[in-house]
Design a protein around this ligand. Sequence first.
Ligand code: FMN
Length: 207
Amino acid sequence: MPRVLLIECSPNDQASPGGQLAREMARRIHPKAEVTVRNLVRDPLPPLCAGYAEAVVGKSNCEEEAFLLSEQLIGELEASQYLLISTPMHNYMVPAALKLWLDYVVRIRRTFEIHDGQRIGLLEDRPTFVVLSSGGHYLGAKAKQMDFLSPYLRHVLGIIGLHHVEYIHLQGLAGGEVEVATALQQARERLSFNPVFAAEPYPDVLV
Ligand SMILES: Cc1cc2nc3c(=O)[nH]c(=O)nc-3n(C[C@H](O)[C@H](O)[C@H](O)COP(=O)(O)O)c2cc1C
């Protein structure tokens, strides 16, 4: 069965429309998918410690202890065939909780290396979907703000080898219940044309 890693980082937890959609997407990949949920708000990661920071920049040996959590989080990534990230936009960027996760998983000599000035991603590429929720609009006719989040996240995931990244934009959620319902409905419609989220029958249960 496919293994899915679902990263959630909304302070609104179960009430987050993006989180609801991402959990639904995990089930739509396959009803028996093994889904690992890493909720970065319910179970916050500790701030980076000096040992980790020094070892990352090569000023000290790799102390295993400092890397334990980083190894665990990278291990969750390595074990997944699909990556789903549900993230709100916070001040035009990724929320702090997601940035901290990135600081643990984007690690030189472990998930990327540099050769002749070029960064080489060391993780196997896999389908990655980012559900991006925002109060306002940054795309389309109603756009009134910058979006540093999606280009940044696409860039940093690419550094570690994840290039197959698709965004599902839930914009204008501050508008109220109707806007939330409309954004969800439009996203579900678009997903129904994506083979990864196709309705049954699932390929491996065909007789
Ligand atoms: C600290 C903070 C910063 C925010 N910054 C932005 C922003 O820059 N642009 C925007 O459109 N919405 C912004 N919002 C609104 C959220 O993106 C919006 O409420 C979104 O629907 C939250 O999704 P969630 O329920 O998945 O957390 C911000 C909200 C918070 C709490």
